[in-house]
Design a protein around this ligand. Structure first.
Ligand code: CTP
Ligand code: MG
Length: 241
């Protein structure tokens, strides 16, 4: 009889953070006194049911070793394997862990640049996908009316927001299925895109806007505010699942 699938986290953190325009890649910018990536790693390392947390760093990353990660415990493992794109980094990480992970184990891929990942996000994703044949991702329904523009920023169409969602991470898929999909898909920007290209339909699990991606400098201020005020909002993180 096959044993229950285990869960692993894989955190791509080999980007340069060009849009932040800072001297350091954004994963190392200070956020509440810690490197930005520390916050997401802390949430994943504290999540019950996650065996190991692999971090994919760029091959020549000199910053990781300047910080003390011991407080995050023994489940954390850096891999100096990053590639030119996010998909390359994730695939390189998946290849590197092949000896530790079984084909049917779940892998939760989470952006280093999403520091406000909360425990309830992880638990809800794991719970709702536990018996899913495909896997899926955290996402939020689009609230704004969307406009398509021409090259002069003039509106050519209003795009109905009905059934449109914003994809977040973690994205959770079975190891072998995800690896095969990424080996075969080129130019995808997230794991779900690779699974879709393989003809499957990832499930959307509703999260919330707090799990934002830090892309522009303003996002770092928002993320800091969210982390500082966590627990005060009466938000979902305080509800029992
Ligand atoms: N990432 C990665 N390898 C790459 C590019 C990105 O591991 N070659 C990671 C980033 O470190 C980040 C996540 O993928 O955690 C999401 O990517 P993004 O927000 O685009 O980060 P950057 O590529 O670093 O930022 P920018 O696009 O502004 O340069
Ligand atoms: Mg990028």
């Amino acid at each position: 009889m096959q044993s229950d699938p285990r869960h692993f986290a894989l955190v791509p953190a080999a980007g340069s953070g060009a849009r932040m325009g800072a001297a350091l890649p954004k994963q190392y910018l200070p956020l509440l006194g810690k490197p930005l990536i520390h916050h997401a790693l802390a949430a994943l390392c504290a999540a019950p049911g996650i065996e190991r947390v692999f971090v994919v760093l760029s091959v020549d990353d000199a910053e990781w070793a300047r910080h003390d990660w011991r407080g995050l415990g023994p489940r954390l493992a850096p891999l100096f394997r990053g590639g030119p794109t996010r998909a390359d980094s994730v695939l390189a990480g998946l290849r590197a862990i092949s000896g530790e992970v079984s084909a049917t184990d779940w892998v939760l891929v989470h952006d280093a640049a999403r520091p406000c990942l909360a425990r309830w996000h992880i638990e809800k994703l794991m719970r709702e996908l536990a018996h899913d044949d495909v896997g899926g991702l955290l996402a939020t329904p689009v609230a704004d009316t969307l406009k398509r523009a021409d090259e002069h920023a003039r509106v050519t169409a209003t795009v109905g927001r009905d059934r449109l969602w914003r994809a977040q991470t973690p994205q959770m898929f079975r190891y072998a299925m995800l690896r095969r999909a990424l080996e075969n898909a080129r130019g995808v920007t997230d794991e779900a895109g690779a699974i879709e290209a393989a003809g499957l339909r990832p499930r959307l699990v509703e999260g919330d806007a707090a799990n934002l991606k830090v892309t522009w400098p303003f996002d770092a201020h928002l993320a800091e505010w969210i982390l500082r005020h966590r627990g005060e909002s009466g938000g979902e993180e305080e509800k029992t699942p």
